[in-house]
Design a protein around this ligand. Sequence first.
Ligand SMILES: [Zn+2]
Length: 395
Amino acid sequence: MTLKKALIGAFVLSWLLLLAWAFQDVRVFVRVHIAHFLGWHSGVVPEQTSEAIALHEFQPRAQLIRESTDNPQKPAFPVFEFHGHIFPGYEGNLTREMDDLHNPMFVDLALRTTTVEKFDKLREKYPDPRVLIFPGLNYDRLKEDGDPFQKMAADLEALARDRGVKGIKLWKDLGLFREYEGEIIPIDDPRLDPVWDVCVKYDLVVGIHTADPPAFFDPTDHENERFQELARRPEWSFFGEGFPSFRELLAQRDRLFKRRRDVKFVALHFGELAHDLGAARKLLEENPNVWLDTAQRIDELGRHPRAVARFFNDFQDRILYGTDGLPDRAKIEIYWRFFETDDDYFDYHPEHKPRKGFWKIHGLDLPDSVLKKLYYQNALKLLNISEAEFFRYYE
Ligand SMILES: [Zn+2]
């Protein structure tokens, strides 16, 4: 009888212990006290230890000590910013900030500048001819009667003819959610041909942003490598019904590149293929009318630096320097470090910008001949600007 009682007691006790062991606080408490009892001391403070902390609170400091740790203070060559934006509310002195960053020319991808009137207003604020304004398409026309595509083309033609713009910017809304009469306009929609015809007539370069990183098209869940970013910016997720897939968007874009060989396209953000160099290689090999820019993709590029350095060498005439935004020294020094050094394992974002995912990057250590093309020669060639003009702004 007593044996039976003892066995039941032991059984119940073992279950209770097992249950208690499920709690991390209990495990830590027991382990620490056993360690102390045995005379092995532990630095952990049980009350401050928890398995679960919020992702935004997890900011580990790497213990890696590099022999070279500083960002370059200046680029090896002056830079042509192909992917700039003057954000609304900016009050700085753009010319001075460009000079400070060795950046003689700056393309403002000005999506909201869609008419001559709006162009003039922006130009009045930024009269410096070193700031090249690339307008957007006038989608307001989609709400009007008549053929809105012809009207959009006419608005663009006025900007090219009367204001001499050298290029335009198309945003990711095209193909993803920009609608006409209740249907999403596909990127390769032939109704846009009048717009491309204007681009050919005036030799306009088309900067086109298609889709977004593929993680933005996956569920925002524990498997998503950009979970933290998408949790912070849920409006960036394009997962699910109602959105074309990542593959479909790129397929539409690539059909346009093929059908309009007469138009020069810059597939912005590395053509959204910074994570897939095989596909990027195919894109450039099959489409001689396509270039890539680096804006906001050093994070992706920097996690496979050896393959990326080979790619930059192979396509050294087809990649443009872009950083996506205003001159921001802390951010841009990281671009220089990425392109120019062989530093390992550093942050792709400055302290004042949040990370996109939990990884660090490694530098490309590009040779000077490739750097020069990337930093300014390719952009000048593409936009028909002479080196003499570029260097006139760079003393
Ligand atoms: Zn941008």
